[in-house]
Design a protein around this ligand. Structure first.
Ligand SMILES: Cc1ncc(COP(=O)(O)O)c(C=O)c1O
Length: 400
């Protein structure tokens, strides 16, 4: 339609939302569908956080917030970075947005000129390249492989840096692969960045609290303090505190960048919902035992899904360090024929046949820039995960 902006032609709709919708439509028609597409915890927000919001309403905290966030939340964010990441940020170096998503948008809007490049390791979260495109930048994809746990290597990063590179976008633990970088792996990335002072790092640490076993989470500014002056450390309450609907994300970085993001936000939303901000103060400052309990549940689910998927013929599923996703390869089923008669030529064919045949909704890897793979979100009950895995096994074992 001629009326619409040219920028829209560069943007794709979200594949994860499309899968969730397709599963919903099939369910509405009476089909028995297990949806493993959604990227949100299935837990409810803890009561202490809900109560903090209710009290904020009763106190009359219902006016416009300061654009960058209410002072108690910015202080709680600074304290969180000190406590958990050993990073010294003053409250004025922090900003609160309407979800981590808006923080990313603000950062790209505030920094990207046409032709500026953002290095994005793939597989990537579906929204990154679209956000970069909307903001007029160019995504430069860096390759990873299942053999190195879907992690960016120093050599690959070096290859992708040009004079136009503005940002390296890091996401650990990763959506969609669940891969999380060890301190040593970040050290190697940091060593490359030290050689290229014009490259900043935007680190999306949304899944920080969801790592398993003895994995120790680190973020890049902590690993290499010399990068602190050119890093935006992004995080949020959505995944760790089961607060996806409250829409609060935050970041910390150099004051000049935060001020630029504040200016954009001031013209865009005037700041995030005051009541949700008060809830987030409680999330960050209140009891943290909820996180450990959830982690244990997620770890059991991960182990269940990995083990059952590895028993499905043609599927190979590595064990990721974190988040609530697995990203198995379906290379072994490509070229095989489903009971419907259709030959599976791609991961997209695989997920669509799986949904038709067995009512299991997963997202094809090519939507995240690397296939043939598929993403399973295990943020659902063990009973459903077990049933879904049985169905996947039945489906792949029946391929001819
Ligand atoms: C990697 C990653 N970053 C950011 C976000 C967005 O978080 P929020 O819901 O706070 O906007 C998500 C949500 O799915 C995500 O997976």
């Amino acid at each position: 339609m001629a009326f619409l902006a040219d920028a829209l032609s560069r943007v794709k709709p979200s594949a994860t939302i499309a899968v969730t919708q397709k599963a919903r439509d099939l369910k509405a028609k009476g089909r028995d569908v297990i949806g493993l597409g959604a990227g949100e915890p299935d837990f409810d927000t803890p009561d202490n956080i809900k109560n903090a919001a209710i009290e904020a309403i009763r106190r009359g905290e219902t006016k416009y917030p300061p654009v960058s966030g209410i002072a108690p939340l910015r202080e709680a964010i600074a304290a969180k970075f000190k406590r958990e990441n050993n990073l010294e940020y003053r409250a004025e170096q922090t900003i609160v947005g309407t979800g981590g998503k808006q923080i990313l948008f603000n950062a790209f809007m505030a920094t990207l000129n046409p032709g500026d490049e953002v290095i994005i390791p793939r597989p990537y979260w579906v929204s990154y390249p679209e956000m970069v495109a909307i903001c007029g930048g160019t995504s430069v994809f860096a390759e990873t492989s299942i053999d190195n746990g879907f992690k960016l290597t120093a050599t690959e990063l070096e290859k992708r840096i040009t004079p136009k590179t503005k940002w390296l976008l890091m996401n650990s633990p990763s959506n969609p692969s669940g891969a999380a970088y060890t301190e040593q792996e970040l050290r190697e990335i940091a060593d490359v960045l030290l050689k290229h002072p014009h490259v900043w790092t935007l680190t999306d640490d949304m899944y920080e609290h969801l790592t398993y076993g003895d994995f120790v989470f680190k973020t890049i500014a902590e690993v290499e303090p010399a990068l602190y002056e050119r890093t935006l450390t992004m995080n949020g309450v959505s995944k760790a505190y089961a607060m996806t609907g409250w829409r609060i994300g935050y970041a910390a970085g150099p004051v000049a960048l935060i001020k630029a993001m504040d200016m954009i936000q001031g013209q865009q939303t005037s700041g995030a919902c005051t009541i949700a901000q008060w809830a987030s103060v409680e999330a960050l400052n209140g009891p943290q035992d909820f996180i450990a309990k959830n982690k244990a549940i997620f770890q059991n689910r991960r182990d269940l899904v990995v083990s059952m998927l590895n028993q499905a013929s043609g599927i190979s599923c590595p064990t990721p360090e974190g988040a609530f996703y697995v990203y198995p390869s379906c290379q072994g089923v490509i070229g095989k024929k489903a009971a419907s008669g259709k030959v599976i030529g791609s991961d997209e064919d695989f997920v669509s046949e799986l949904l038709e045949a067995e009512g299991v909704a997963v997202v094809h890897g090519s939507a995240f820039g690397l296939g043939p793979n598929f993403r399973i979100s295990y943020a659902t009950s063990e009973a459903l995960l077990e049933e879904a895995s049985i169905r996947i096994q039945r489906f792949t074992n029946a391929l001819a």
